[in-house]
Design a protein around this ligand. Structure first.
Ligand code: PLP
Length: 384
C-alpha cells in the first residue's frame, strides 16, 4: 500500500538519539547517548508520588496544571530569580518541556513565520518548527567562542516571530552570558519577536548563576520560559514540564495543550510540587556539585583517550572531537565505538542544521552513576 499521509511529518527523521540507544542495547554497550540519569530519583519525590496515588489523586487535574504545582512554581521562581508571575494566568504545566515547546510554538507562530535557532541545537526544535509551518533560520553558536552578534542581527527580520534559546545548551554545554542575553533581548525588542527559552538545565551549571531571559528589562512580556522536572529531579519518564508566559500567550498555549494532551499526570504534579516546596538550596547545590564531578571524570577520560573536548559550563553533555582517533564519518564512528569499544555516543551531525563532511564530533552524556562512567572510562582508554 502506498502511504499518502503524513505531509507534515514527511521531513521528520527517526530520533538519532533513540536509535543509538537501541544500538547500545543490542550490543550491550554503555549508553552515553541518551540524556537520562541511571541513578535513582530523590526518595522525597517517589514517596510523594506513591502517596498521591494512594490518596486517589488519579483523575484529570485542571488542564493547565494543578493549582498546588502552579503555586509552588510561582514561589520558586520568585525565590530563585525574583520573577513575579500570577499562577492563575501565567503558568501552564505540560507533559514535559518537550510539549511546552511545541505548544508554545503552535500558539505564537503562524505558517510562513521565521524562527531563529542556534546551531548546534537540540534535535526536537526542527520538527517543532515544521509542525507549526515555520521556517528555521540558523545562527552558529560554537563552543568557546563569543556569539557573532552581527551575524545574528542579519538573520532577524520582520518575518522573525521568535528565537529559541537553550541555556545551558544541549549538546555543547554553552551558557549564554548576561551580555549575550542583553544583545538578543535588544534584537527581540527591535523586531517585535518572542524569546522562547528552553531552560531545562537551569540547575545543572558549573560557572555562575543561571540568568533567565525573562528577568532582563522589558523581556518578561515577550518571553516564554520553559523548563521542567525531568533533569533537575532525575524523573525524565514522569513528563512534567511547564511554560511561563504573559496571560494572553498562556491562554493560547493552554488551548493547544488542552487539545494535545488534556493535562500532565495528576499524582506526579503533586509530587513535583512537594519537591519544589521541600527541597532547598542544599539540594540544588549538591546537584550541581555532583554533576561537576561527573563532568570532570568524563572530560578527563575523553582527553586521556585521545578526544579533544572543552569543559561544558552547564547541562550534562560533552561534544567531543575524535579527529585524532579516526577518519570515519561521525555516524560510522559512533557505531564503531558501540560495537568495538562498548560505549555509545550520538553522532554530532544530528545536532547541526547542515552536513559537513569534515566534522568529527560525537556527544557523550554524563548523567550517569560514577560506576557507569568508570566502566566507560575503562573501555574508552583501550581505544587503539
Ligand atoms: C534541551 C532539551 N530540552 C528539552 C528536553 C526534554 O525535556 P523534557 O523531558 O522535559 O521533555 C531535553 C532532553 O534531553 C533537552 O536536552
Amino acid at each position: 500500500m502506498t502511504a499518502t499521509f503524513g505531509g507534515r511529518t514527511r521531513g521528520f527523521t527517526e530520533s538519532v538519539i533513540r536509535g543509538m540507544s537501541a544500538l547500545a542495547r543490542e550490543h550491550g554497550a554503555i549508553n552515553l547517548a541518551q540524556g537520562f540519569p541511571d541513578f535513582p530519583a530523590p526518595d522525597l519525590l517517589k514517596e510523594a508520588a506513591a502517596r498521591a496515588i494512594a490518596d486517589d489523586v488519579n483523575q484529570y487535574a485542571i488542564t493547565w496544571g494543578s493549582r498546588r504545582l502552579r503555586d509552588a512554581l510561582a514561589r520558586k521562581y520568585a525565590e530563585w530569580y525574583g520573577m513575579a508571575m500570577n499562577p492563575e494566568t501565567d503558568i501552564t504545566v505540560t507533559c514535559g518541556s518537550t510539549e511546552a515547546m511545541v505548544a508554545t510554538l503552535m500558539a505564537i507562530v503562524e505558517p510562513g513565520d521565521e524562527v531563529i535557532v542556534f546551531d548546534p541545537f537540540y534535535e526536537n526544535y526542527g520538527p517543532d518548527a515544521i509542525l507549526c509551518g515555520a521556517s528555521l533560520r540558523h545562527v552558529p553558536l560554537p563552543m568557546g567562542a563569543p556569539l557573532d552578534l552581527e551575524r545574528l542581527a542579519a538573520v532577524f527580520s520582520p518575518k522573525t516571530r521568535a528565537i529559541i534559546l537553550n541555556t545551558p545548551a544541549n549538546p555543547t554545554g554553552r551558557v549564554l552570558t548576561r551580555e549575550e542575553l542583553g544583545a538578543i533581548a535588544a534584537l527581540c525588542q527591535r523586531f517585535d519577536a518572542w524569546a522562547v527559552t528552553d531552560e531545562i538545565y537551569e540547575h545543572i551549571r558549573y560557572a555562575g548563576p543561571h540568568v533567565p531571559m525573562a528577568t532582563l528589562p522589558g523581556m518578561a512580556e515577550r518571553t516564554v520560559t520553559i523548563s521542567g522536572a525531568s533533569k533537575t529531579f532525575a524523573v525524565t519518564g514522569w513528563r512534567i514540564g511547564w511554560a511561563i508566559a504573559p496571560a494572553v500567550v498562556s491562554g493560547a498555549i493552554r488551548k493547544v495543550h488542552d487539545f494535545l494532551t488534556v493535562g500532565a499526570p495528576a499524582p506526579l504534579m503533586e509530587a513535583v510540587a512537594v519537591a519544589l516546596d521541600q527541597l532547598g538550596s542544599e539540594f540544588y547545590g549538591r546537584l550541581a556539585c555532583e554533576y561537576c564531578g561527573r563532568r570532570n571524570l568524563l572530560h578527563d577520560t575523553l582527553v586521556a583517550s585521545g578526544f579533544r573536548a572543552t569543559l561544558p559550563d552547564g547541562a550534562y553533555y560533552i561534544l567531543a572531537d575524535y579527529s585524532a582517533l579516526s577518519e570515519l564519518p561521525d555516524d560510522r564512528f559512533a557505531r564503531w565505538l558501540t560495537t568495538e569499544v562498548g560505549v555509545t555516543p550520538v553522532p554530532g551531525s544530528s545536532f547541526f542544521s547542515t552536513p559537513d563532511p569534515a566534522r568529527r564530533l560525537v556527544r557523550f552524556a554524563f548523567c550517569k552513576r560514577e560506576d557507569t562512567l568508570l566502566q566507560a572510562a575503562e573501555r574508552l582508554r583501550k581505544i587503539p
